[in-house]
Design a protein. Structure first.
Length: 244
């Protein structure tokens, strides 16, 4: 059981929260990268209705794509979320929570951590009149690590709360869960996380166009060193239609 827990947990993400960044509207030019990102994040959080669509890929330690899936959704009334996942290899296409490649991952969760206190923000390319604004954001190491660690602990807690785990051999299940908790904490003590985001926004409206994340994990599990990677791309759509 512990192998499955390790594999599932170390590719998961965090729960989603809408950004609380504030700012004002303006035109590109003459602002710092921090100010430009704050304006763009504010344009997103200030939208009563917007959609998003993208894809998530999880790579094996060997660097090959292990699993991938697509998602689309809508946020309406400043907080109501609708979200659908699909996977090409699944007959019906649509995935439920238990079938997803990273059960705890929410496409918008990264927005919570993206601010000047938790990240280093710089222009990816020099701003040019009429061109999209491109910003490179690197989460501070402790923030990136905490984001992953919190999600892993939450996922393990959800595994332990599943009553089906205790049906046949409850005592053995509890021992296995406790052992998994110890292994997880030992792995988290060695965990290193590097998360880089490329953020693209419209230079006139500041509304974001795209958020591309690459997160690399390095950790030890029972004496062996593992490296894993997750990439995601989220495209934002203004005035979206409700997801069916």
């Amino acid at each position: 059981m512990h192998k499955k827990i390790r594999h599932c947990l170390l590719i998961c993400g965090t729960g989603w929260l809408l950004p609380l960044l504030t700012g004002c509207m303006g035109a590109a030019g003459g602002v710092s990268a921090n100010e430009a990102f704050a304006l763009s994040a504010s344009a997103l959080s200030g939208s009563e209705n917007y959609g998003f669509a993208g894809k998530l890929a999880v790579y094996s330690p060997g660097g090959k794509v292990e699993k991938s899936a697509s998602f689309k959704g809508e946020v309406s009334l400043h907080g109501n979320l609708k979200l659908n996942w699909t996977e090409p290899d699944k007959a019906s296409g649509v995935l439920d929570e238990k079938e997803r490649i990273a059960p705890g991952y929410k496409p918008l969760s990264l927005l919570e951590a993206l601010n000047g206190r938790n990240a280093s923000i710089a222009y990816a390319t020099a701003p040019a009149p009429g061109e999209p604004v491109r910003i490179r954001i690197q989460l501070r190491e402790e923030t990136a690590k905490q984001r992953i660690a919190d999600a892993l602990r939450k996922e393990l807690a959800e595994v332990g709360a599943d009553e089906r785990l205790y049906v046949r051999h409850p005592e053995q299940a509890r021992k296995t869960l406790k052992a998994s908790e110890r292994r997880l904490e030992a792995a988290l003590a060695t965990l290193k996380v590097d998360t880089v985001v490329l953020w693209t926004a419209n230079s006139k409206s500041w509304f974001p166009e795209r958020m591309v994340e690459e997160t690399e994990l390095l950790y030890e599990w029972e004496g062996k060193t593992y490296s894993e990677k997750r990439t995601s791309e989220t495209n934002f759509l203004a005035a979206a239609k409700v997801v069916q």
